[in-house]
Design a binder for this molecule. Structure first.
Ligand code: SAH
Length: 359
C-alpha cells in the first residue's frame, strides 16, 4: 500500500482488523481522523451532496423566510473541515482540513449545483489551517462576489463584508441573539466590541440612545454607514479600545440601562485560560458598575476553552466585586444553524447570558 499523503478517505479497522468506519485522514493535525461514516460506503460526490442537502434542509425549516444563514457547520453537519455561510445569492466558504482542501473544487461544484449562487467566496484565510500544513487563502472561487452586501436581521438592515471582513463576512452565530437583544433594549444603551453593529443596530430600535464601541477604524466606518442606511439618529459610534472606554465611563460616573459585551476570543488555547478569564472579568465588572438598577447586561464569550462553569464563576465574582446583586435571566448559545454534535462538545463554543442587575 502506498504511504498516505493526507487528505484521503481511509477505512478504519480495529486491532482485530474489524471495520469501524470511514474517515478523512490528516497527515499533520493532532486529529488524524475525522469520522465520515460508520458504514462501508463510498465517500464521494453523492454522499457529500446528500450531506449538503440535509444540512440545508434543517436551515430551511428553521428559517423558511430567510436567505442568510450558516448552511454547513463542519463536523456538526457531518462535514468536518467545511464551513458554508449563505448570504442570499453569495456563499462564503472555508476549507479547514486537508481532506476538504483536496476536494475544494468538487465541494464548490456541489454547492453551485444546490444553491445556484451568483458567486462563491473562499474565506480559508484562517490560521487553524496551519495546523493542517495548509496556507491561509482568500479568493473568489466561482462567479462574482460583491465587496459588501446587506441583508435583514429582524427589523434592521445589516451588512456583511464577505471579501475581507471578519469570519466569513459577519457573525452569523449571534444572529438570533442580536434579535433577542432588541427585546431587552431600553434607555441609554452601550454595545462594546461592535464590529458592524450586529447588536448596536438592534438596540437602536428600542433604546433612546446607543453608544457603539469598536477598536477597528474600517469597521467603525462601515458601522457608521449602515447606521445611516437604517436612518437611525440615535447611534454614536466611538472608535476606541473597549477596555479603556469602560474604565473611563466608570471614572466619569456614567450610567447605562442596557449593555452588550461581545468581545473576540481571549484564549486560543488552554494555556491562555487564566488571562482570558481576567479579561472577561474586567469588562463584566465594569459593565455591572455602569448599569442602573434593573439594568440588563447581555454578555458573550466565544472562547471554547472558557466553559459555562468558568464563565458563570467569573460573572459571580465580577458581581461580588461590583457589589451588585445579579440574576441570570437567560443562558443561550449560538444560533440554531450552528448545531452541536452530541458526540463532539468542541462544536459548542459560544456562550450568551442575559443578566439583570436587581440591586
Ligand atoms: N458584536 C459583533 C461581533 C464582534 S467581534 C457582532 O455581533 O456582529 C469582536 C469585535 O471586537 C471585532 O470587530 C474587533 O475589531 C473588536 N475589538 C477587538 N478588540 C477590541 C477592543 N479592545 N476594544 C474594542 N473593540 C475591539
Amino acid at each position: 500500500m502506498p504511504p498516505l499523503e493526507g487528505g484521503e478517505v481511509v477505512r478504519v479497522v480495529d486491532g482485530r482488523g474489524w471495520f469501524m468506519g470511514k474517515a478523512f485522514y490528516s497527515s499533520r493535525s493532532k486529529i488524524a481522523l475525522r469520522w465520515m461514516s460508520f458504514e462501508d460506503v463510498e465517500i464521494g460526490s453523492e454522499l457529500l451532496a446528500g450531506r449538503i442537502a440535509q444540512a440545508d434542509a434543517l436551515r430551511r425549516s428553521l428559517y423558511p423566510d430567510e436567505t442568510t444563514y450558516r448552511v454547513v457547520h463542519g463536523e456538526a453537519d457531518l462535514l468536518p473541515g467545511l464551513v458554508v455561510d449563505r448570504y442570499g445569492d453569495v456563499l462564503s466558504v472555508q476549507f479547514l482540513v486537508q481532506a476538504t482542501e483536496a476536494r475544494k473544487d468538487l465541494l464548490a461544484d456541489l454547492l453551485v449545483a444546490h444553491f445556484k449562487p451568483r458567486g462563491v467566496m473562499d474565506r480559508s484565510d484562517v490560521n487553524v489551517r496551519t495546523l493542517e500544513g495548509l496556507e491561509p487563502r482568500r479568493a473568489v472561487l466561482r462567479g462574482d462576489v460583491p465587496e459588501r452586501l446587506e441583508y435583514a436581521e429582524g427589523l434592521v438592515r445589516v451588512s456583511a463584508d464577505v471579501q475581507t471582513g471578519q469570519k466569513t463576512g459577519a457573525f452569523l452565530d449571534q444572529r438570533e441573539n442580536h434579535q433577542l437583544a432588541a427585546t431587552y433594549a431600553r434607555g441609554e444603551a452601550l454595545d462594546c466590541f461592535s464590529y458592524l453593529g450586529g447588536f448596536a443596530l438592534q438596540l437602536a430600535t428600542r433604546a433612546t440612545k446607543v453608544t457603539a464601541v469598536e477598536i477597528s477604524e474600517p469597521a467603525s466606518e462601515a458601522l457608521r454607514h449602515i447606521v445611516q442606511r437604517n436612518g437611525f439618529q440615535n447611534v454614536e459610534v466611538v472608535t476606541a479600545n473597549a477596555f479603556d472606554f469602560l474604565r473611563d465611563a466608570v471614572d466619569e460616573g456614567r450610567r447605562f440601562d442596557t449593555i452588550v459585551l461581545d468581545p473576540p476570543s481571549f484564549a486560543k488555547n488552554k494555556d491562555a485560560i487564566e488571562s482570558a478569564v481576567r479579561g472577561y472579568k474586567e469588562i463584566n465588572l465594569r459593565a455591572l458598575q455602569l448599569l442602573t438598577r434593573g439594568g440588563i447586561l447581555m454578555t458573550a464569550s466565544c472562547t471554547y476553552h472558557v466553559d459555562e462553569e468558568r464563565f458563570e464563576a467569573m460573572l459571580a465574582s465580577a458581581a461580588a466585586d461590583a457589589k451588585r446583586r445579579v440574576q441570570i435571566v437567560e443562558r443561550r448559545g449560538a444560533a440554531r444553524d450552528h448545531p452541536v454534535l452530541t458526540a463532539l462538545r468542541e462544536t459548542r463554543y459560544l456562550k450568551f447570558y442575559v443578566l439583570r442587575v436587581v440591586d
